[in-house]
Design a protein around this ligand. Structure first.
Ligand SMILES: [Zn+2]
Length: 465
């Protein structure tokens, strides 16, 4: 029985889906305004582990992760770079997709873009205006009237009277009925993209997007809403406010992942460049970065350091090497089997650190079995490790990861050819031309050509004709 934490109740409790055997999940995705860093990807990895565990537990999972492709930051950056906003958004959306793939994050069932759902947003605003929950002051903005809500701020546990004015638009506060009312829709500004609505031209507020897209793909009520801890307020509170004011049940449970921190602080953008996924993947493989990001409990902060990442990668290679040894010894790939201890850890609010301890124990027993030449014990431990790695998304035999060995392979290839060329050079020096030609012809047969240059021999791979 799966137990999960719920941010709304602050308790771990049994998870029962609305529909038997099916789980519906909405996770807030990226605002595509910059390249992905490991903080972004940690969230995707955490929810991917949840999804894989639900799949393994027999559920049919529908997971929606949206793309926010219109936003103040996108517009500002596009203006600075003198590029169309949609070109900037597409560029970074592709970078996110590549980073998710590099870390073996399963593609969401559907991945809606905000700008593709303007009609649904207008329909939702119409419902809210018709039932008196929202108002359009006439300048093109549309606001949700927070004082009219039956409940508000239940996730973050704040009092409405303590709330600062909502500053999501720079409209004069006199337009609003209450300074805490937040924008569903923002009036068009000169030079900015806009869409027509019955209340004037404008563009969506961020919160409205997620309420509209969750409703489109998952209906009025769904099982789990997820996102990073920083989204609880205002984003998720405002999603709840809009959707509940429209009469929807909305999310039954809220899961929030903690941050990747540096010196205890949320990764800041100024520090973030060195933590871009693309940069980190120059030093470790995707599977190793995934292992590291998934290793902490999803509700615990992950304090990043280069040393911690490298140590984690070394630990992973030990597990990986055991699986490869086991495959050689037994003559077949390990099967994916989930041990009861690993399953118990996952059922306890996805307690990955406890799960990792069960993997360590399997590793210890498996290596002992290699020493003892106990093939059935080797198989048992290898199968259980592979089953656990499959759920963590770190199965080294997963074909999704094969590409990410290419850096290693080309390095190894360089070394092997250098060795062959050294042999060829010494054969020529001792005037053993038969041997030097044999090496050259052998390489040629493999499609590798050698060119003698002033700096020494250079190799290249022939184009296939
Ligand atoms: Zn959202």
């Amino acid at each position: 029985m799966l137990n999960l934490y719920d941010t709304a109740t602050r308790e771990v409790g049994p998870f029962t889906p609305i529909k038997k055997g099916e789980v519906s999940i909405y996770v807030c995705g990226a605002t595509v305004q910059a390249a992905p860093h490991i903080g972004h990807i940690r969230s995707a990895v955490n929810f991917d582990i949840l999804r894989r565990w639900l799949n393994m537990s027999g559920y049919d999972v529908t997971l929606i992760r949206n793309v926010t492709d219109i936003d103040d930051k996108i517009l500002q950056k596009a203006a600075q770079e003198k590029t169309p906003w949609w070109a900037l958004a597409m560029k970074y959306e592709r970078e996110f997709t590549a980073a998710f793939a590099a870390l073996n994050v399963l593609p969401p069932t559907y991945e809606p873009r905000a700008t593709g759902h303007i009609t649904q947003m207008i329909e939702l605003m119409q419902i809210l205006i018709d039932n008196g929950s929202a108002y359009a002051p006439g300048n093109g903005d549309v606001y949700l009237e927070v004082r009219k809500l039956h409940r508000y701020l239940t996730l973050s546990g704040q009092r409405i009277d303590d709330l600062m004015p909502a500053t999501d638009v720079d409209a004069a506060s006199s337009i609003k009925r209450d300074p805490r009312d937040f924008a569903l829709w923002k009036a068009a500004k000169p030079g900015e993209p806009s869409w027509p609505t019955p209340w004037g031209d404008g563009r969506p507020g961020w919160h409205l997007e997620c309420s509209a897209m969750a409703h489109t793909y998952l209906g009025e009520s769904f099982d789990i809403h997820g996102g990073g801890l920083d989204l609880i307020f205002p984003h998720h509170e405002n999603e709840i406010a809009q959707s509940e004011a429209a009469g929807y049940g909305f999310a039954k449970r809220w899961l929030h992942n903690a941050w990747v921190t540096q010196s205890g602080e949320k990764m800041s953008k100024s520090l973030g460049n060195s933590l871009l996924v693309e940069v980190i993947l120059q030093n470790v493989r995707g599977i190793e970065l995934r292992w590291y990001l998934g290793s902490a409990h999803y509700r615990s902060m992950l304090e990043y350091s280069q040393t911690a990442l490298e140590e984690s990668a070394v630990a992973f290679r030990r597990v990986e090497n055991f699986l490869k040894r086991a495959a050689e010894i037994t003559g077949s790939l390990p099967k994916c089997e989930v041990s009861t201890s690993f399953a118990a850890a996952m059922d306890d609010d996805l307690a990955v650190p406890v799960g990792l301890a069960t993997i360590s124990e399997n590793l210890r027993l498996g290596n002992q079995a290699i020493t003892d030449n106990d093939v059935s014990e080797i198989s048992k431990n290898a199968n259980e490790i592979r089953g656990a790695l499959e759920i963590l998304g770190c199965d080294p035999f997963d074909k999704n990861f094969t590409d990410f060995r290419s850096a290693d392979l080309s390095q190894a290839m360089d070394g092997v050819i250098a060795l062959a060329l050294k042999e060829r050079t010494s054969a020529r020096e001792r005037k053993d031309f038969a041997a030097s030609d044999a090496i050259r012809d052998g390489l040629l047969a493999l499609g590798i050509t050698i060119e003698d240059t002033a700096q020494g021999p250079r190799w290249s791979i022939m184009e296939k004709s």
